[in-house]
Design a binder for this molecule. Structure first.
Ligand SMILES: [Fe+2]
Ligand SMILES: [Fe+2]
Length: 483
């Protein structure tokens, strides 16, 4: 019994560990959706390389000790499957009004609309990032990076399948309509954009890709953690398995930025440059200067903060009360898990200053999750700054203030410097190029984005990784490019 749950059935067209072969109706719905998905992948997935053999991991089990196998696959032949973490026996709802009641195996009628909306919003981000990243293959700095891009892309595709399975199995006709709409919206499209702002932005170059996988995929991690607490058990199990894959996406971002910073520092040292802010001199070496890396970081962090929504939110309170969306590490928190009398300090704009004000903890859940996110983001900063200081440079990458460059929440109507000092529109317009990438910065980075396809070789602006994927040697041919 347990083995059946852990191992994935590859005999059906859609690999799964949810016994699809005995769930004819859902299998039919998914098989009906499949051709549209493949059309979407061909239209909006990675541009080129669809006939290349890519060394990808595919999940074959949900056992955390060994769940993936690596092999060469053509991306359109990737086995996108439906994989849920094993069902925990006697799982109880860990928070909200239904605290301690048995977890739901079916959607409770009263929460149907709320649940469907959360599943759709999560689902919409998955194909969006594939669309945003579709042009990057052409300019990959190495075969290793090209492979990582495609690994992220196919897994985001699988995450879409995960959400579509929930919609089709548990939400009847509306679920099937929502599943079709997920293939209809397009990142950045004027008429039918993706649902969230950061997922309609461009990912124009590889530094953006690393920033995106570090900062924006990390928002995904926080959301998945909250949904993994859900009283709706199938959602919880799906999100738990998605998190194992998501960890690799953030690894790609964190190590990608580390390698860019490393290469810049190495090049500066070799050239005897002592001032990392001497942008012209640094750029002449064919590497990305640290101030420009900071600007990219400012941009992607601030866009990602917007994904958490308004600091004070009754929707978030309702989802918590209902037992649908919990807190980060809910079961490890020591309190009543109902937030009956608790408060939480929320950052607010008061007389032109950002101040913490106590609000009912229930309505402050977005703020709390965002704080947890910021703490998680800091870890990368420490690692990157270590590289810089080890190289002997006095320069620190930092997270910008929460008031900086915001489109949602308390600070959406003001302008602030990365240090959080409020400034007027004129000052912002005059100085924003110091804080977020300017057209010039974009053009400079674009000028470095020439593809490198020789095994074991890397573009001028990025260091080689310390270890290979699946422990492969440095000159391993991660992608066999067909021409
Ligand atoms: Fe994802
Ligand atoms: Fe991801």
């Amino acid at each position: 019994m347990n083995m059946n749950i852990m191992n994935v059935d590859y005999s059906t067209k859609i690999p799964n560990n949810v016994n699809l072969s005995e769930d004819r109706q859902v299998l039919k719905a998914l098989e009906g959706w499949h051709p549209g998905y493949i059309d979407w992948w061909n239209d909006m997935g990675p541009e080129g390389f669809q006939q290349s053999l890519v060394y990808l991991r595919t999940a074959y089990s949900v056992d955390p000790r060994g769940w993936a196998k690596f092999d060469y696959v053509k991306m359109p032949d990737y086995r996108w499957g439906i994989l849920l973490a094993p069902q925990e026996e006697n799982r109880k709802i860990p928070f909200g009004e239904h605290y301690g009641e048995p977890a739901w195996q079916e959607v409770p009628g009263e929460y149907r609309a709320m649940l469907r909306r959360l599943v759709v919003i999560q689902g919409d981000t998955e194909p969006a990032s594939v669309e945003q990243q579709r042009h990057l293959g052409k300019t990959a700095p190495s075969l290793y990076d090209l492979r990582n891009l495609f690994q992220v892309n196919v897994e985001e595709g699988r995450h879409l399948w995960a959400m579509v399975y929930l919609l089709q199995k548990y939400f009847g006709r509306d679920g099937r309509e929502e599943a079709d709409d997920l293939l209809r919206r397009r990142s950045g499209d004027e008429d039918s954009p993706r649902m969230l702002g950061a997922f309609n932005e461009k990912t124009p170059d590889w530094l953006s890709f690393f920033m995106f996988t570090y900062f924006t995929d990390r928002d995904g991690k926080m959301q998945l953690h909250s949904l993994a607490q859900s009283g709706f058990d199938p959602l919880s199990r799906t999100c738990r398995f998605m998190l194992t894959e998501e960890a690799h996406h953030m690894f790609v971002g964190e190590t990608g930025i580390t390698r860019v910073v490393q290469r810049t520092c190495d090049a500066m040292k070799e050239a005897g440059i002592s001032d990392p802010s001497d942008i012209a001199k640094v750029r002449a070496l064919g590497v990305i200067d640290l101030p420009t890396i900071q600007k990219k970081l400012n941009l992607h962090y601030s866009l990602s903060l917007d994904l958490f929504g308004s600091e004070v939110s009754t929707n978030a309170a309702n989802a918590f009360n209902a037992g649908i969306k919990g807190r980060y590490h809910e079961t490890q928190i020591e309190d009543d898990h109902q937030l009956k009398n608790a408060t939480y300090p929320v950052l607010k704009l008061i007389n032109g200053e950002a101040k913490r004000v106590d609000e009912p903890a229930l309505t402050a859940l977005n703020m709390r999750l965002r704080d947890d996110y910021t703490q998680d983001c800091v870890k990368g900063m420490l690692r990157w700054n270590k590289v810089i200081s080890t190289a002997g440079y006095d320069y620190k990458l930092t997270l910008p203030n929460v008031a900086f460059h915001r489109a949602i929440g308390e600070f959406k109507d003001v302008h602030a410097t990365p240090d959080g000092i409020l400034i007027d529109d004129a000052t912002w317009n005059k100085r924003k190029g110091e804080w977020i990438p300017s057209t010039d910065d974009g053009e400079f980075i674009a000028s470095l984005m020439t593809p490198v396809t020789e095994p074991g070789q890397f573009a001028s602006w990025i260091a080689a990784p310390k270890v290979g994927i699946d422990n492969k040697p440095g000159d391993f041919e991660y992608v066999k490019i067909e021409t």
